[in-house]
Design a protein around this ligand. Structure first.
Ligand SMILES: *Cc1c(COP(=O)(O)O)cnc(C)c1O
Length: 338
C-alpha cells in the first residue's frame, strides 16, 4: 500500500464524483452556455456572498488573472515572502502583469497590518505605486497556518485607508474555514477578490474559481481568454466542483485530525529539530543536521510512504481525501521504526 502525502493534489475522483461528472449538462462556456459551469460559479459566489465568480483551469491562473486585473505595469504588490504567487508561479507577476513586488517577513506566511502599512510606498516619482495586498490562507510554506479574522480586518482597514486592492489566495481556504470555525461570507465581506481551489483539499481533478464583484469578474473573463484559459464543454469539471462543494468541505476536519496524529508520531523522533504547529492538513518538519530532507524522503519511500522535500532540511506531508484511517495508522507505525 503506497501512502502518498506529497500533496493534496494527488487525489482521484471518487465514484460518486465521477457519477456527477458523467451526468453533467454541457455547453460552450466561452459563449457562457455551459449550465454546469454557470451553476458552479453561482453556487460559489453565493457561498461567499460575492457578486460573481469565474471558473479557471488552475489556482495559478486565478491568482495571475487577479493580479493582472488589480495592477498596471510598474505598480507594486505587497505579500509575504513565502507566498505561492511569488515563489511558485514561475515569475508570473512580472511575466503577466509587469508588476513589482514588496516582500514581507511574516510569521509562518502570515503578515500583520503594521508590516503592510510600513511597506506602502510614499507618493514619490522615484517609487513604484503600491496597488495591491495579497494574502494566502492557509499558508502553504507556513505549514497550513491560518489567519484570525481580526488580523484580516486590520489589514483590510489599511488597504481602505491607502486605496489598495485586497486579494486572497485561498487555495486551501476551505481548510481554514473548518479549522477556525469561520464562514465563507466573512471572507467575502473582507476581500476584493478571492481565489479558491477545487483540486486541492476538495478532491476534484481540475479547477479553481476567482470571486469578485461583477465588473471585476467581467474584466477577469477578458484576461482569462487572453491567457488561453477559455474552456468549452468544461462542465464535466464544474460538476466535480459542485459535488465537492456540497460533500467534501466538512470532512476536512478528519484530515486535520489525521495530520495531528502523524505530527505527534514525528515529534518523538530524535532526528527532527521541530515540527511546525499543525493547524490544518499540512505537516512540515525541520531536520537536525546529519540527515538531509532528500535522504529522509528516500528512506520513507522505501517503506511506501511518499513525502516531499521542500527545502534541504525541511519535509512536507499533506493529508487529503484519499488518506484513510488505516493509512494513518500504518504511517504512524512506520514513523516509529524510522
Ligand atoms: C496549489 C496552490 C495554488 C495554485 O496551484 P495550481 O496548481 O496552479 O492550481 C495557489 N496558491 C497556493 C497557496 C497553492 O498551494
Amino acid at each position: 500500500m503506497i501512502v502518498d502525502f506529497r500533496s493534496d493534489t494527488v487525489t482521484r475522483p471518487t465514484p460518486a464524483m465521477r457519477e456527477a461528472m458523467f451526468s453533467a449538462k454541457l455547453g460552450d462556456d466561452v459563449f457562457g452556455e455551459d449550465p454546469s459551469i454557470n451553476e458552479l460559479e453561482n453556487l460559489c459566489a453565493n457561498m461567499f456572498g460575492m457578486e460573481a465568480a469565474i471558473f479557471c483551469p488552475s489556482g495559478t491562473m486565478t491568482n495571475q488573472i487577479a493580479i493582472k486585473c488589480h495592477t498596471q505595469p510598474g505598480d507594486e504588490l505587497i505579500c509575504d515572502e513565502s507566498s505561492h504567487i511569488y515563489q511558485y508561479e514561475g515569475g508570473g507577476i512580472a511575466f503577466n502583469s509587469g508588476a513589482s513586488v514588496k516582500l514581507l517577513a511574516g510569521d509562518r506566511g502570515r503578515v500583520k497590518a503594521e508590516q503592510v502599512e510600513k511597506a506602502i510606498q510614499p507618493d514619490d516619482v522615484h517609487r513604484p505605486i503600491s496597488r495591491l495586498v495579497s494574502l494566502e490562507n492557509t499558508s502553504n510554506r507556513g505549514g497550513g497556518s491560518c489567519y484570525e479574522i481580526k488580523d484580516l480586518e486590520e489589514i483590510k482597514a489599511i488597504c481602505k485607508k491607502y486605496g489598495l486592492s485586497f486579494h486572497l489566495d485561498g487555495a486551501r481556504l476551505w481548510n481554514a474555514l473548518v479549522a477556525k470555525g469561520q464562514t465563507a461570507r466573512q471572507y467575502g465581506e473582507l476581500f476584493d477578490s478571492i481565489s479558491v481551489c477545487l483540486s486541492k483539499s476538495l478532491g476534484c481533478p481540475v479547477g479553481s474559481l476567482l470571486l469578485g464583484d461583477t465588473a471585476f469578474i467581467k474584466k477577469a473573463r477578458r484576461v482569462r481568454k487572453v491567457f488561453g484559459g477559455g474552456m468549452r464543454q468544461a462542465g464535466f469539471m464544474a460538476a466535480a466542483g459542485i459535488y465537492a462543494l456540497k460533500h467534501n468541505i466538512e470532512r476536512l476536519e478528519e484530515d486535520h485530525r489525521h495530520a495531528k496524529m502523524i505530527g505527534e508520531a514525528l515529534q518523538q523522533k530524535g532526528f527532527i529539530n521541530q515540527v511546525l504547529p499543525i493547524e490544518t492538513n499540512i505537516i512540515i518538519f525541520e531536520l537536525k543536521p546529519g540527515m538531509s530532507a532528500k535522504e529522509l524522503v528516500e528512506k520513507m519511500k522505501a517503506t511506501d510512504i511518499l513525502a516531499y522535500a521542500i527545502a534541504p532540511d525541511r519535509v512536507r506531508l499533506v493529508v487529503h481525501l484519499d488518506i484513510t484511517p488505516a493509512m494513518v495508522a500504518r504511517t504512524t507505525e512506520l514513523i516509529d521504526t524510522l
